[in-house]
Design a protein around this ligand. Sequence first.
Ligand code: 1HA
Length: 270
Amino acid sequence: LTWTPIKEFREILFTQHGGIAKISINRPQVHNAFTPLTVQEMIEAMRICQDRTDIGVIILTGEGGRAFCSGGDQSVRGHGGYVGEDTVPRLNVLELQKIIRSIPKPVVAMVAGWAIGGGHVLHVVCDLSIAADNARFGQTGPNVGSFDGGFGASYLARVVGQKKAREIWFLCDQYDAQEALDMGLVNKVVPLDKLEETTVAWCHKILQKSPLALRMLKSSFNAELDGQAGIQELAGNATLLYYLSEEAKEGRNAYMEKRQPDFSKYPKFP
Ligand code: 1HA
């Protein structure tokens, strides 16, 4: 399988295979722990994926086969956040989580090895998760002086249920791929050497589907949980669909032609 570079970054790899984009954290020496720069680069890559009409699905992963992501790099954790070259402490992974959830294309976590702490939350917020048999899942916040009470808690609880989510956070145990599958935390478990092949096969299935239907479904799944922001996303998609109609175009045309709009020919559906 050939992956063509889309853009060069320092801490991630960003490549493409047909309509599939792959964003891969490239810090295997620290189990793909993220710095503010790693996150900033992932955000930029996601934005590129959002704008590119030839990209239909995004794989989020980590290099090396031993880790998806081990969360925030504790060696750059400073006073009030993770500190990059600009010396500003940030929690910018929260912004990345929101983008993963709201980008109108499916995001698939491809998990080999550790998905831990803030790295675990990243796979949780992806639409689908495919795990290798060596995958290990868990939260560590209460061990290392951190917590993610946002999607990391409430959305996790929607995925695995309240009891299990509280267990995951209160005990900070690690769970193997089969346990993750059993609690509905991942969609499928495959041998490590079949991980990319399987993930790409799932992506190809997704790419054959109607992009607008997928877009509406993703925002519909979000809308129930995300309050006004979720409704904004769903309603924005309704506006997109409406803009495609002759009825809406009559409104625009009438304005531009400085005449009264004539909506009389458009049906008032039951
Ligand atoms: O909670 C949040 C946030 C909440 C709200 C808003 C923003 C947030 C942003 C981030 C986070 C967090 O992510 S907090 C949780 C941070 N992560 C962790 O606590 C996990 C730390 N790592 C581990 O527990 C273990 O490394 C491991 C269970 C994943 C794997 O253990 P293993 O196989 O024994 O490997 P290990 O030897 O520990 O790790 C290999 C190398 O990678 C070590 O470096 P070396 O001794 O070889 O120099 C290790 O220090 C390094 N490493 C691993 N994870 C991290 C790390 N270095 C820095 N930060 C890490 N997260």
